[in-house]
Design a protein around this ligand. Sequence first.
Ligand SMILES: [Zn+2]
Ligand SMILES: [Zn+2]
Length: 182
Amino acid sequence: MHFTSTAETEIRLTLDAIVELTNSITDGCVDARSTLASRGFPRADAASQASVERLTAKLQTLSALFSALPDLDDATAIAWVNEELTELHIAPSIVSHDGVGPHIHWTPSTDTFDNQVLADLLMALAQELCENGTIRFGRCAAHDCADVFYDGTRNRSKRFCTDPKCASKTHTAEHRARQKAN
Ligand SMILES: [Zn+2]
Ligand SMILES: [Zn+2]
């Protein structure tokens, strides 16, 4: 996976992919291929069905970790990710291609799609934990939504998942509660 901008942007977009995959697994409607294709993973469209199925099975397992991130302290999350990293097959190299300057690929281009994606997701999460810990992972504040989100705002002011209904119905409820209190 690669982008024309900085490594930081690449990590951020990969974390967004983790969040979207995790929420769709929780909701029971995961489509790893289309999620990853829409998030700029270049091999997603052409990947074999067997590879997508292997990836989906592994993501089901990993979703226990990903969905718990808002509640985990740094040490616990790091220990859990380290455990997953021991099973990861990576062979990093610095490459330039398609007009994109030098950047790291964690796996060779001959590797399977599922292994490449797992390496991308876990290495992005590992780098995020080193940089910020778990503090930027949050859970939607709407009372009937358990979706997780990644808060990239400067002052960490994000409260809701990407579903606009969660923000609007919560604001309406809070407004009514305030009016009652007055
Ligand atoms: Zn690349
Ligand atoms: Zn929500």
